[in-house]
Design a protein around this ligand. Sequence first.
Ligand code: NPW
Ligand code: ADP
Ligand code: K
Length: 530
Amino acid sequence: MPKILSVKQLYAADTATVKKNDISFIDLMEHVGTLCFQWIHDRLQGDPITIQIFCGTGNNGGDGLVIARHLKQYGYNVKTHIINCGNDRSEVFLKNYDRLKEIGVWAEMITCESELPAVSENDMVVDAIFGLGLSRKPENLIKKVIEHINGSNAFVLSIDFPSGLYAEKSVTDTVSVVKAYHTLTFQTPKLAFLLPENRYYTKTWEVLDIGLDAEYIYNAKTDNYLLYKQDIKPMYRFREKFSHKGEFGHAVIIGGSYGKMGAVTLSTKAAISIGSGLVTAHIPQCGYQIIQTSVPEIMVEVDAENEMQKFDININATVIGIGVGMGTHIETVKGFTEFLNKNKVPLVLDADALNIISKNKELLKLVPENSVLTPHPKEFERLVGKWKNDYDKLKKLRSLSKKHKIIIVLKGAYSAIAHEGALFFNSTGNPALSTAGSGDVLTGIITGLIAQNYHPFEAAKMGVYLHGKTSELAMKTKVYETFIASDIIDYLSSAIMDLLMKEPKVVPQKEAESKNDKKAKPDEGTEMYI
Ligand SMILES: NC(=O)C1=CN([C@@H]2O[C@H](COP(=O)(O)OP(=O)(O)OC[C@H]3O[C@@H](n4cnc5c(N)ncnc54)[C@H](OP(=O)(O)O)[C@@H]3O)[C@@H](O)[C@H]2O)[C@@H](O)CC1
Ligand SMILES: Nc1ncnc2c1ncn2[C@@H]1O[C@H](COP(=O)(O)OP(=O)(O)O)[C@@H](O)[C@H]1O
Ligand SMILES: [K+]
């Protein structure tokens, strides 16, 4: 599972790599800079645009100089600038400065504002000012350079980090951070890229495998992970020939109120669609016909006329998903409290179930261990109060989940799943999911997975992953705006199929050519897992 390592661990990984391979740091930097150059060259293919490389005087700047040298040697139109960041210059920066001179290139020094180079919106900017080593907010001349880059409208590629963005703490001066289009970050994903407060500093990012010591990374301890397909795929359970619906559990969804029956409709439909053997909706009477007609596959139990009051469930439920569209009517609050006092079944709590608990935090003690809570940020704020910044928010998330031995899915662009003090960030999804009812569908998916005996922690990870994946797969025929919550359900099959597909084999060019010129087809290696 891809680990998100700390700055300290990344520096230690450098050291371990250099030692183990008996190479020098300059060799490692050459390798890293060459990979970045290759990334650019693969895309530009010799395009004569102007590439402006801004370098600091640490190792991030050193990477920039390696990139500059290779681009120059390939005939690109490169302008290299060094910003005077103080008296200290890293040893490998200086070595690469000399290497650049050896091929006849003199980098321009920027020592004052009047020396800022003109940058056109047609240029490409490579930002190699600061990376992991940012120790304080950029000020004075460096701030001016960053503002200058941001004001240029050029395509900005940041190396390792958008300069000015800290790896592990919040930015205090939002204008002194480079706003990159893309960031090539090294070896592991970075926590900073997953936080909404940093959304403007890089539109996209990717991890470049720079070959740091695998053993060190394997043994490194962390509480932060990013979930990918390879983490979810092994969880999937195939159905056997003689299986029957009784083996796949009975999910109950409780919720709905007058005017909000769509939420339960979506949740129950999602629960049956993800494979729960049986699904029952426990809803107010006003929703009876609506839900029976909309989802004929499920059963219905009714409560009071217009809102939930009695919570009198007469079913042997495997799991109960509760709260969607439920409202917070005084009688609902009363009934829900009594329900929690009696209930022993694992729960998935969402929406108004969370809003009611937020008003009476004592109720959290009644939530069974390993239940799953799925708040969006506003619901989470109601539960834990305001946070100072996103790092503080994550601290609150870990601590609430640990204290009550529950699993919390804090929803967002990179939904974070908290379990036993660790955070697992989801990598799938896109803004198509920013649509009414998409959280209700998630509740149904997770409830339906738990019904099938997936451990709630597994159900949360798999549910969030598949939910997000539907929105990606749908973009072949839809756009963000036209994708609605029901589409998530419609695309669940595709998301599961995608999970079971083997990744296409990437055949290295030379290998492919040497095999009697038998070219690898683009989809070669794509086959079902079974
Ligand atoms: N394993 C990997 O990932 C590999 C990493 N590599 C690369 O190394 C990079 C890390 O390099 P790094 O340690 O030299 O730090 P870097 O980011 O260049 O900045 C430090 C310099 O900036 C200065 N400085 C800081 N803040 C400042 C401010 N606000 N205003 C002014 N100055 C400020 C600071 O000065 P000081 O704080 O000491 O006064 C120091 O001089 C990493 O991001 C990646 O690009 C690869 O080459 C190899 C494999
Ligand atoms: N930009 C985005 N990228 C990825 N996922 C998103 C994005 N916006 C929303 N989502 C996902 O959509 C869902 C929205 O849930 P929620 O806010 O509870 O919706 P609702 O209350 O309308 O049902 C969450 O699972 C969230 O992670
Ligand atoms: K940078």
